[in-house]
Design a protein around this ligand. Structure first.
Ligand SMILES: Cc1cc2nc3c(=O)[nH]c(=O)nc-3n(C[C@H](O)[C@H](O)[C@H](O)COP(=O)(O)O)c2cc1C
Length: 312
């Protein structure tokens, strides 16, 4: 039995990434209904809105879903208490040490995975008692570790050092990426950029179009010498940040004008290198069905190689 499926309670070990403002009930419920694991974000810091989204999920889907708690950015303990009492069974923690949060979450019977960008962090999290890890390679969109270790290397390096189940994140959009991640030791995958561009994603059409039009070199890693280091779409604004090497403090002030107003120069459009693999807006159901079908097609071809002792 796949340990990630057992932990998630979903049909498939395919997780929709937490993403501030974007990972809310409209997208997450579509993922859950399609057999994946929808995650509700709390990184927006909008505690009441996020609580309402969690309640809404419980009304609109009877499938399991999860919540993300970005430790460094949690302004209010209220969201932790709310999640512990909400009946939610799966939480991913990110950005910071999960140590303080594990106690209350486990007491509430919640399965906890922590997102890690290094082997060191993975080992520490396993010692701290998390149930699993989300392994975040440098290809992925969003906040990044400036060391930039790829998913290909990071997964293998972490698999060699820890025993708990791994969900691979960064650069995965389909069954090819999923099969590759499983070959390297993952038991599940998480997709961010692919779901930002899904039909049910709430973001403006301009953001989806920018993802579809970008090629594999269509993103920058920015602000490497400060915090947060991010991966975002190439635009005039991000070209300037790239050139300067530093991101102005107010960069995220107008993020909603980009996400929902469609002004791609208003802020930074977080996205991964996987933009180069996405060329169509698809409904969530189609993304997940195609991913699963392709995963089984590839693994059956690989299985035949092993059986026939040839290389296909
Ligand atoms: C638009 C966007 C917003 C994100 N926001 C968050 C966040 O709030 N919390 C978090 O843990 N990760 C966040 N991430 C990172 C994702 O969780 C995930 O690791 C990443 O998207 C995986 O790589 P991919 O984009 O190639 O699928 C974000 C990613 C994107 C693209």
């Amino acid at each position: 039995m796949n340990r990630v499926c057992e932990h998630l309670g979903s049909k498939y070990p395919i997780v929709q990434a937490p993403m501030g403002w974007i990972a809310r009930s409209q997208l997450a419920s579509a993922v859950c209904e399609a057999g994946g694991m929808g995650i509700i974000e709390t990184s927006s810091g909008e505690t009441e809105a996020c609580q309402a989204e969690i309640r809404k999920m419980q009304e609109i889907t009877d499938k399991p879903f999860g919540v993300n708690l970005p430790i460094l950015f949690l302004r209010e303990k209220a969201i932790l208490d709310f999640v512990c009492e909400s009946g939610v069974r799966f939480v991913t923690t990110s950005a910071g040490s999960p140590k303080k949060f594990i106690g209350p979450l486990k007491e509430a019977g919640i399965t906890v995975y922590h997102a890690v960008p290094t082997v060191d962090a993975a080992v520490k999290c396993e010692e701290a008692g998390v149930d699993g890890l989300v392994v975040e390679g440098a290809e992925g969109g969003g906040f990044k570790n400036p060391e930039e270790v790829s998913t290909l290397v990071l997964l293998q390096a972490i698999r060699a050092k820890v025993d708990i189940p791994l969900i691979a994140a960064g650069g995965i959009t389909d069954g090819k990426g999923m099969a590759a991640a499983f070959a390297l030791g993952a038991e599940g995958v998480q997709m961010g950029t692919r779901f930002v561009s899904a039909a049910e994603s709430p973001v403006h059409a301009n953001y989806k179009k920018a993802i579809i039009e970008a090629n594999e070199a269509g993103t920058w890693v920015l602000n490497k010498k400060a915090s947060p280091c991010i991966r975002a779409l190439k635009t005039e604004r991000t070209a300037k940040i790239h050139e300067d090497g530093l991101m102005p403090a107010d960069t995220f002030a107008n993020i909603l004008d980009l996400y929902f107003g469609g002004d791609m120069e208003a802020s930074v459009g977080l996205a991964g290198q996987s933009v180069g693999l996405i060329d169509e807006i698809k409904p969530v159901q189609q993304i997940i069905d195609e991913t699963v079908a392709e995963f089984f097609e590839i693994t059956s071809r690989m299985g035949a190689c092993a059986e026939n002792k040839n290389f296909g």
